[in-house]
Design a protein around this ligand. Structure first.
Ligand code: ZN
Length: 366
């Protein structure tokens, strides 16, 4: 039996919720983690129509990109979507900025849909720094503890695994009456030959590494320190840069984007040079125009661009395509659906048939 928790954990593995922005609210937002799931709807947003769709189809879960609860709610009334979900016993897992930055998430899917090759990061986000873990252990146990910490994720530095520094010294302690010491006796000072074992660790793995260390350590109360460092461990990339197969003129490029994204319409600023190197950022990415100009791409494809950002692109000669929030993010829904269906073959996942671009486009005839 597949539970909502199992789907949540699969999402967390693929697009870790810990990678969301501090202002975001991604996670399991409505529902009972223990509830079984046989059918689920995958959608960009959870609207009332999507809740009704899930109800009609007997789905117990909706997986969405935009959070169904975002600003703190002061009421919880029957006309609100979270209430309707809860009343129908339908869970909601929302993966917002965690899905934006994931490999295979919004921006990967957008770059893939546009056929961009040689993809690399556009904007670095969520920079995380290493922690330094220092553990004091009896000399004979150093290898065992080192190995356990390595297995749990400490000590990886570039292409090197298990990196550590070990120095020897003397540990001193006085076991109190209640203690059950591995070395020495209660009430008597113990002087032990100990090693100081140091390893770096990404912040996301500190808890697992400490748990593994405690398991491998013979002491009742292992002594250890966790230091913050300023050495870069990892970052997420928001948006991607890649190359088109062949360069296109700005006008042609705008049409290409519209077709590839099956957009109802789009706005664009034609740049002053052909387009080959392209930055993409799904959703609201107008504030990255400056960055796109700085890194020298020929075009930026995003959504929700403001007037002054269009002007900034025009002045800089950058081709800027505002293909809309919906079209630049909807690209993730089908691949996410397929990924979940492959992971849980016993559950039916389908893309919402009722949620689409809320905008309609009107064009003046030329
Ligand atoms: Zn969005």
């Amino acid at each position: 039996m597949t539970t909502i928790r199992a789907v949540f954990e699969a999402m967390d593995e693929f697009a870790p919720f810990s990678h969301q922005e501090s202002w975001d609210n991604s996670g399991l937002l409505v529902g009972d983690p223990q509830a079984p799931v046989t059918k689920a709807v995958v959608t960009l947003d959870i609207t009332k129509a999507v809740v009704n769709e899930a109800k009609t189809e007997g789905a117990q879960l909706i997986v969405s990109h935009h959070p169904v609860l975002f600003h703190p709610a002061k009421t919880f009334l029957s006309d609100s979507v979270p209430y309707q979900l809860a009343a129908a016993g339908i869970g909601a897992i929302c993966a917002h900025t965690s899905l934006d930055v994931a490999a295979g998430g919004v921006n990967s899917c957008l770059a893939d849909r546009l056929g961009l090759i040689r993809q690399r990061p556009f904007v670095w986000e969520n920079t995380r720094f290493y922690r330094k873990l220092v553990v004091f252990c009896p000399h004979e146990y150093t290898d065992r503890i080192h190995c356990a910490m390595k297995e749990a994720g400490a000590g990886t530095l570039g292409d090197y695994a298990g990196c550590a520094f070990v120095s020897s010294g003397e540990g001193r302690f006085l076991p109190l009456d209640e203690a059950k010491p591995f070395l020495g006796k209660p009430g008597e000072w113990e002087y032990a030959k100990e090693d100081r074992l140091e390893m770096i660790c990404p912040p996301s793995k500190v808890e697992a590494v400490l748990a593994a260390m405690r398991k491998a350590h013979p002491y009742e109360e292992p002594a250890f320190d966790v230091f913050e460092t300023t050495a870069l461990a990892d970052s997420d990339s928001l948006g991607l840069i890649g190359f088109l197969d062949a360069q296109q003129q700005p006008e042609e490029f705008a049409g290409y984007i519209g077709q590839r994204l099956r957009a109802g319409g789009l706005r664009y600023v034609p740049g002053q040079r052909p387009v080959k190197r392209v930055a993409v950022l799904g959703g609201a990415g107008g504030d990255t125009v400056t960055k796109a100009v700085a890194v020298g791409v020929d075009a930026l494809v995003t959504g929700d661009v403001k007037h002054h950002q269009l002007l900034e692109a025009m002045e800089a000669g950058l081709t800027l395509v505002d293909a809309g929030h919906f079209s630049t993010e909807d690209v993730v829904v089908e691949p996410l659906c397929s990924r979940l269906a492959a992971r849980f073959p016993q559950v039916v996942f389908h893309k919402s048939a009722v949620f689409g671009d809320p905008a309609r486009y009107w064009t003046a005839s030329r």
